[in-house]
Design a protein around this ligand. Sequence first.
Ligand code: GRF
Length: 190
Amino acid sequence: MKKSIAVFASGNGSNAENIIRHFKKGDLAQVNLVLSNSQSAFVLTRAQALQVPYSCLSKSEWEDGTHILSMLRDYDIDFIVLAGFLARVPDCILNAYPNKIINIHPSLLPKFGGKGMYGDHVHQAVVAAGEKETGITIHYINERFDEGTVIFQATCPVAPEDTSEDVAKRVHVLEYKYYPEIIEELLLKV
Ligand code: GRF
């Protein structure tokens, strides 16, 4: 039986699409559900085009969590992947999926993490701080933003003349390469 993955995303969804495509190629797992908290998230268009069931839930549904948990049960979800998801995961879902919810953060945590540190804000802060390297962190999630146990990190250089867009591009390359691979490794243990 293939493992069943849900992806939570709030924005563009390029990682979500990369993960969906990756698992369409193999027998281990498939993305069976994409959930968002934003009606305008482009990830919903991507999910539709890739024929993956998707839904956008309201603020109160994300706060309460019970309806979302029952959707996850309906789709037999084994594992949850956050890919640019900007809302809090409800406690009832955290409790139902211990060590089965992961996130990717576009910096080397604990550097440039925490509330407000998402998307381009992270890369701008990296450039402003004159960092010589940055990268990605894949980690379990818990009640606090960006503080769950680190599973994997990969680095890339930052040059003095780099803009935040240059850094974002380099970080995205790491995300696309490693996120599906790490998900695959973790799924073998679920
Ligand atoms: C990625 O950089 C990811 O690390 C962060 O949010 C960004 C999402 O990009 N958590 P996309 O929506 O997958 O294109």
